[in-house]
Design a protein around this ligand. Structure first.
Ligand SMILES: [Zn+2]
Length: 129
C-alpha cells in the first residue's frame, strides 16, 4: 500500500523536476561552503553533512523553502533522529523556532542524550565519531 505521504511526494517530484534540479544544485553549493554537520560540531564532533535541512519546516511554503537563512548543514543522524524531536516540541509549543537550530541549547542537550560514539573493535569509543 502506498501511503498518502509517499504518493504526494511522488507527484511533486514527477511534476516539478526543474524545482528539484534547482534545489539539488543550490544544496550542493551550500554544503560545499558548509561541509560539517552543525549539530555534531556543537558537541565537538566533525562529521560530514549529508543534506541541507530546513530549520523551520517549510511545509510547501516557497519563501521559507528558498530562504538560505532557514538552512542548516546536517548529517543524516541529526536530520532523522534529533530534528523530528525538535519539530515535535516546536509544534506543541514547548520550544521556539530558534531552538530548531541543531546548535541550539535544546538540540545540543538532545544530541548529548542520544549520541552514541562509534565503538572500535577494542570496545572503546572512536575519538571524534
Ligand atoms: Zn550531525
Amino acid at each position: 500500500m502506498v501511503s498518502r505521504n509517499n504518493s504526494d511526494r511522488y507527484r511533486l517530484n514527477a511534476h516539478d523536476r526543474g524545482y528539484d534540479r534547482r534545489w539539488k544544485r543550490v544544496a550542493r553549493e551550500y554544503l560545499w561552503r558548509r561541509p560539517w554537520c552543525i549539530g555534531c560540531l556543537a558537541i565537538g564532533v566533525k562529521r560530514k553533512a549529508q543534506l541541507v535541512d530546513h530549520i523551520v519546516p517549510h511545509r510547501g511554503d516557497q519563501t521559507l523553502f528558498w530562504q538560505s537563512a532557514n538552512w542548516q548543514s546536517a548529517c543524516a543522524w541529526h536530520h532523522n533522529s534529533i530534528k523530528p524531536e525538535l519539530e515535535r516540541q516546536f509544534a506543541s509549543g514547548r520550544i521556539t523556532h530558534r531552538e530548531l537550530h541543531l546548535e541550539s541549547a535544546t538540540a545540543v542537550q538532545l544530541t548529548r542524550e542520544r549520541h552514541r560514539p562509534a565503538v572500535g573493535p577494542d570496545g572503546f569509543a572512536i575519538a571524534g565519531s
